[in-house]
Design a protein around this ligand. Structure first.
Ligand code: NAI
Ligand code: OAA
Length: 325
């Protein structure tokens, strides 16, 4: 039996938490032979609700759930954590712009970055889900100077999965057969989902679709505004699909992708003209617990324009929180 992995999850009482914790405990994230200890964080007023979720986790009798606790203290929640999924933040409500969220959430991520810096396992894999995810991840990274910057990532996987499904529907193919798709930039409507390199059963997706008008005017807006469409329809932001994307992101980072491309928000090393440290969605492959940037892709004029738009938004978000760092 492997020794348990400590997984910290913030916002444990929230709707993403409810869709996420059971799947972590059942082994879908780190493998069906990997015991886990859940270290849950939420605000003081939410502790009773987290205890209710823990009662349900207990009632599932998951063989891989080796322990769990809840706390409102980040330094307790992140103690020795090997995986930290930072979900807790204020979600966007109907009519609210993401920029409005920036300020309120920035403060949360300076505190949590500092706590990770102090108490987490030195190889902790951090995934920021709470919006604005890229900038929150950047803040956490900058607040944790003693941890390697590469340990901090932001969730672009939901955009990636949304793009996969749209491409599969358009081409009448199976999502599982599509390879080499990626999403560049910010987790926001400016993200640039890019199927120029994608293949399905060896055929080029670009040739199968062969419709730049659909790309620019249907595909990109559909993927980019999907979160808002779900809020409009449900009255609540995406939760199950977001939790699923978080599982995919950590699963692939931990267990590898067998050479397949996935999208992760990672601190830039300067590649593709993205300034160093910018938390940016890039195509990566994962192996031996590390992600690796897919390098050397050609960036055409349309792509450069789209990448610049999402980069500019990230630079503005970064400037908006500079006084906190
Ligand atoms: N990156 C992505 O693709 C996606 C990100 N999101 C974001 O995920 C976040 C969470 O969404 P939901 O679970 O739907 O929200 P929710 O409101 O249902 O749950 C948030 C939870 O976080 C807790 N919380 C707030 N501040 C906290 C703090 N400082 N420390 C610990 N816990 C704290 C709240 O008490 C609450 O239990 C939102 O920011 C949302 O916008 C949602 C969907 C996709
Ligand atoms: O749009 C939102 O606020 C929630 C979110 O991040 C998404 O569904 O992509």
């Amino acid at each position: 039996m492997k020794s348990p992995v400590r997984v910290a999850v913030t916002g444990a009482a929230g709707q993403i938490g409810y869709a996420l914790l059971f799947r972590i405990a059942s082994g879908e994230m780190l493998g069906k032979d990997q015991p886990v200890i859940l270290q849950l964080l939420d605000l003081p007023h939410a502790q009773t609700a987290v205890k209710g979720v823990m009662m349900e986790l207990q009632d599932c009798a998951f063989p891989l759930l080796a322990g769990m606790f809840t706390t409102d203290n980040p330094e307790e929640a992140f103690k020795d954590a090997q995986v930290a999924i930072l979900v807790g933040s204020r979600p966007r409500s109907k009519g609210m712009e993401r920029a409005d969220l920036l300020q309120a959430n920035a403060e949360i991520f300076t505190v949590q970055g500092a706590a990770l810096n102090k108490v987490a396992d030195r190889n902790v894999k951090v995934l920021v889900v709470g919006n604005p995810a890229n900038t929150n991840a950047y803040i956490a990274m900058k607040s944790a100077p003693d941890l390697p910057a590469k340990n901090f990532t932001a969730m672009l996987r939901l955009d990636h999965n949304r793009a996969l499904s749209q491409v599969a529907e358009k081409t009448g193919t199976a999502v599982s057969d599509i390879e080499k798709l990626c999403v560049w930039g910010n987790h926001s409507p400016t993200m640039y989902a890019d199927y120029r390199f994608a293949t399905v059963n060896g055929q080029k997706v670009k040739d199968l679709i062969n419709d730049q008008d659909w790309n620019a005017n249907v595909f990109l807006p559909t993927v980019g505004k999907r979160g808002a469409a779900i809020i409009e329809a449900r009255g609540l932001s995406s939760a199950a699909s977001a939790a699923n994307a978080a599982i995919d992101h950590i699963h692939d980072w931990w267990l590898g992708t067998d050479g397949k491309w996935v999208t992760m928000g990672i601190p830039s090393d300067g590649a593709y003209g993205i300034p160093e440290e910018t938390m940016f969605g890039f195509p990566v492959t994962c192996e031996n617990g590390e992600y690796k940037l897919v390098e050397g892709l050609e960036i055409d004029d349309f792509s450069r324009e789209r990448i610049n738009i999402t980069l500019q938004e990230l630079e503005e978000e970064k400037a908006g929180v500079a006084h906190l760092l």
